[in-house]
Design a binder for this molecule. Structure first.
Ligand code: SAH
Ligand code: DHB
Ligand code: MG
Length: 218
């Protein structure tokens, strides 16, 4: 089915997304500079853009920048004066992202903080609350990132967590893969946490069979 999923994603992109020079250039630059092709898909990027706009987000937090493909989509959703903080472990990824954000004309809205996201998050105190949080980094820490997103958010903050299905891998309770263990810990947390309303939606397409969590801080 994988080819058919890709073909439908191509159909959706052809109908609803249109050509986009800056986003296409970002993917080319990522590949040329050795970044892995694990960005969100075009249709998913536009979904993030739309969700951030539906949420009326003025301050966005992203965990996991890579080359800034999803960052560009999210930064475009911001109104004038809006801000996006994005956290990235790898210096090289952050440098490539900076190039791509500049080329897309959104770098003035984006603050890239380099280092382990847990450290960057711990250092955040006294900032205005984030309206929208996209978590897309090391899945072993996802429950912690959601905890921090609640701390740095407000009632009504929207949370999205990428890669929570992994071709069904989430069902493997005996897995020794830290990412699966981390995703299951996230679901355990969400199943009991009265501070959030949450669901998860499975997806197929250019990024195969996966899914995302959508949650809202109560
Ligand atoms: N959101 C991007 C894709 C992110 S890929 C997009 O859709 O375009 C995941 C990124 O998380 C990688 O760049 C990886 O280096 C980064 N990452 C992994 N562990 C991390 C950590 N502990 N702290 C911050 N970033 C991390
Ligand atoms: C991988 C990571 C991602 O964030 C993603 O969306 C797809 C794949 C990975 O590490 O393989
Ligand atoms: Mg991802």
């Amino acid at each position: 089915m994988g080819e058919r999923w890709q073909a439908v994603d191509d159909y959706i992109a052809g109908k609803l997304l249109g050509a986009d020079g800056a986003l296409a250039a970002a993917l080319v630059n990522n590949g040329a500079q050795g970044l892995p092709p694990i960005d969100v898909s075009p249709a998913q990027g536009k979904m993030l853009f739309l969700l951030a706009q539906v949420a009326g987000a003025k301050r966005i937090l992203e965990i996991g920048t890579l080359g800034g493909y999803s960052t560009i989509w999210l930064a475009r959703a911001l109104p004038d004066g809006g801000e996006l903080v994005t956290l990235e472990l790898e210096t090289h990824h952050a440098l490539v992202a900076r190039e791509n954000l500049e080329n897309a004309g959104v770098s003035g809205k984006v603050d890239i903080r380099v280092g382990p996201a847990a450290d960057s998050l711990a250092a955040m105190t006294g900032e205005a609350p984030f309206d929208f949080v996209f978590i897309d980094a090391d899945e072993q820490n996802n429950a912690h990132y959601v905890e921090e997103a609640i701390r740095l958010g407000r009632p009504g903050t929207t949370l999205i967590v990428d890669n929570v299905v992994r071709e069904g891998g989430v069902l493997d309770a005996a897995s020794d893969d830290e990412r699966i263990i981390g995703t299951r810990a996230l679901f355990d947390m969400l199943s009991t946490d009265a501070r959030l309303d949450a669901t998860a939606v499975q997806t197929v397409g250019a990024k195969k069979w996966d899914g995302f969590v959508l949650a809202r801080v109560r």
